[in-house]
Design a protein around this ligand. Structure first.
Ligand code: UDP
Length: 249
């Protein structure tokens, strides 16, 4: 009784503990990109754009590594946050958080692809946060996979790629513990109040690509971890279905 009362109090729009915010994809918003989507996830909005270059990084040539490469960049637009976030270019240094997030996106996308089947080309995934309300990295990964699929579909349709190099579908979601209650998909106010904050990146076959979990001035037990993973799996399953519908359109 006390638990459900505090969930209702905590969650806006009466969201259940295991309920995602509404997620939708608006594809092809950047016509010069090979694939693009605007992922709207509650009040978090991220533009994901994919461009493809017909060459590979120098280190691959030097080390005789065959196949292709995929890399990612992440940035928050200055007006995406409540107080203006200066651009990295005006500060003269790249924000450490952005570097951490773009590496995470890159690793997630590399797990999605068979790089050998991609051939000697480089895919760049750019994720730019238009509006931040928690979960921007999970929205970026989930949207990046949609933009990647759209770009590959285009390559195949143009006859440049014989076989689809997608090896795994990939989605990401946050989970956490707020006021002692495990919750799926934290918005900013929940994230700020969370004792535990975790990001899950998973494949369509239900395997983990990455788990980022931290106690904020707190710790968590095996049982709480299990509860968060159960919630995370629920969210990932829904996200994979939404991505599939978005790409199939
Ligand atoms: N945030 C912000 N300014 C920043 C970093 C974060 O306003 O420089 C907010 C934003 O709403 C973000 C949230 O804090 O979504 C949580 O940030 P976190 O680093 O946990 O990453 P995210 O949850 O977005 O992946």
């Amino acid at each position: 009784m006390a638990e459900s009362a505090s969930i209702t109090f905590l969650r806006s729009e009466g969201r259940r503990a295991d309920q995602l915010r509404p997620v939708r994809f608006q594809n092809h918003i950047a016509p010069h990109a090979a694939g693009s989507t605007l992922v709207e996830w509650g009040s978090t909005r991220v533009i994901c754009g994919v461009t493809i270059e017909e060459s590979v990084p120098r280190w691959m040539k030097e080390q005789g590594v065959t196949g292709g490469w995929i890399t990612a960049e992440y940035s928050m637009l200055p007006y995406s946050t409540l107080t203006r976030k200066p651009r990295d270019s005006s500060k003269g240094k790249v924000d450490g958080r952005s570097v951490e997030i773009q590496r995470l996106i890159g690793r997630a996308m590399r797990s999605a692809l068979d790089l050998e089947k991609l051939g000697a080309r480089t895919i760049c995934v750019d994720c730019d946060v238009l509006q931040a309300d928690g979960g921007t990295r999970t929205a970026a990964i989930t949207g990046a996979f949609v933009a990647l699929r759209l770009a590959l579909k285009k390559l195949i349709a143009e006859g440049k790629l014989a076989a689809d190099p997608i090896a795994n579908s990939v989605a990401a979601v946050s989970v956490g513990i707020v006021n002692g209650i495990p919750l799926l998909d934290l918005c900013y106010t929940e994230d700020a109040a969370a004792q535990v904050d975790m990001n899950l990146v998973m494949t369509g076959s239900g395997e983990f690509i990455e788990l980022q979990g931290t106690g904020e001035e707190s710790t968590f037990s095996d049982d709480q971890l299990a509860a968060m993973l159960t919630l995370g799996r629920v969210g990932i399953r829904e996200l994979l279905a939404l991505q599939e519908a978005a790409v199939g359109k």
